[in-house]
Design a protein around this ligand. Structure first.
Ligand SMILES: NC(=O)CC[C@H](N)C(=O)O
Length: 385
């Protein structure tokens, strides 16, 4: 038996960073070898939502919270059908989960899904290292995958980098599907799935929106075939610089002036569609307590984040774009990173963070209401025309 149902195992494991720093611990979840980009998340709760967020595809997530797995795993909090992180790093796994909703331990779930992890390492030291040196490639090795350190390091250095990675098609649906409105149907939205989280269509459905989730490969014609009142671009993994197809679809939507909303990858795509660049942050934002200011109201909200890239747009001026004037609507108060964009002459906006709040605070839920009111206004104008 190489893993234990109680999160405690004596099977040695090693975490090797691409710059040669090594941490030794114990296997957690599946035993074997895995690779990805090492990133840290500061969320103290919500690990199940983090693990199943498709935006974490090809990332090895380091939890800064020292005790992980306390509430076990249930069937309700999944953001997608499976765990997407490529590896998981925790300090001290819970030995006995305690929640009335829990049906199994986190360790069992990781093992059942073949997700290689490591526990018993100094996650604070690892996080400080990533904060100083930046997110970088990493490997976790246990069981038969253990070799001498130099051989493991060579394997890590051969793994693909996140910069330049085009990953949406690896996580998105291949078939369109519909999430029905809850209660009276008021609007139809075409949602481009670049790695969508389950809570996002749900938040729209709660507001009377019927959501047609379309594959990442959907064309402008596919979008308008559902006769949408609004178009949504989802979160997703990878480097936004590679997302040429969604950028061209979004430009088609902007040309027609249909109400448009984007979250995270969707914000980066709006940035690119408007002609701004995107860049890789040194170590990104991942957690559920990031302060963001909505510059349109001055209010500060506490928000959920998971992004490693950001839009490069001027904070202090309105920009002229091919689709009219645009401005930075939201900014992160920790580091002044662009957290939202809006057009002044068209009903289009986006945020870099996660108003669907899975997991996370609900401060930003008003953004779904903003999208709904853009659709209401557009439909009233349509009736007047
Ligand atoms: N959650 C997301 O949509 C992440 C977007 C992008 N992959 C990034 O890391 O910045």
């Amino acid at each position: 038996m190489t893993t234990s149902t109680r999160g405690v195992t004596r099977t040695p494991a090693v975490l090797v960073l691409e710059d040669g720093r090594i941490f030794r611990g114990r296997a957690y979840g599946a035993v074997g070898a895995t690779f990805g980009e090492a990133v840290f998340s500061t969320g103290m709760t919500g690990y199940q939502e983090t693990l199943t967020d498709p935006s974490y595809h090809r990332q090895v997530v380091v939890m800064t919270a020292p005790h992980v797995g306390n509430t076990g795993v249930n069937d309700e909090d999944m953001e997608s059908k499976k765990i997407w992180v490529s590896g998981y790093v925790v300090r001290d796994p819970a030995r006995v989960p305690s929640s009335w909703r829990s049906t199994r331990t986190l360790d069992e779930e990781l093992a059942a899904q073949g997700v290689v992890g490591i526990s018993g390492i100094d996650t604070r030291a690892l996080t400080r290292h990533l904060r100083e040196r930046g997110a970088m490639r990493v490997g976790i090795f246990s069981g038969e995958a253990l070799q001498d350190d130099a051989a493991l390091l060579a394997r890590v250095q051969e793994a693909p980098e996140m910069t330049g990675a085009d990953l949406s098609a690896e996580v998105a649906t291949t078939e369109a599907y519909v999430v029905p409105a809850i209660g009276e149907k008021k609007f139809t939205v075409a949602a481009i799935d670049l790695g969508i989280k389950g809570m996002t269509p749900h938040r729209m459905a709660e507001r009377g929106i019927e959501v047609h989730v379309l594959p990442a490969t959907a064309t402008v014609e596919d979008v308008y075939a559902v006769n949408p009142d609004g178009v949504f671009f989802s979160n997703g993994p990878g480097d936004p610089a590679t997302a040429d197809h969604p950028v061209s679809v979004m430009r088609g939507v902007l040309e027609r002036g249909t109400p448009l909303f984007g979250i995270c990858f969707g914000n980066q795509i709006l940035g690119r569609a408007l002609g701004f660049g995107t860049f890789k942050l040194k170590y990104g934002h991942r957690g559920i307590n990031q302060p963001v200011q909505d510059r349109t109201t001055g209010k500060v909200e506490v928000t959920a984040h998971n992004h490693g890239f950001a839009v490069d747009a001027p904070l202090d001026k309105v920009s002229d774009t091919p689709y009219g004037r645009a401005e930075v609507s939201h900014v992160c108060l920790n580091d002044n990173v662009v957290e939202g964009l809006r057009l002044l002459d068209k009903p289009a906006f986006s945020v870099q963070y996660h108003p669907e709040a899975a997991a996370g605070p609900h401060d930003a839920a008003y953004l779904f209401d903003r999208f709904t009111s853009l659709m209401s206004t557009a439909s009233m104008e349509g009736q007047r025309a």
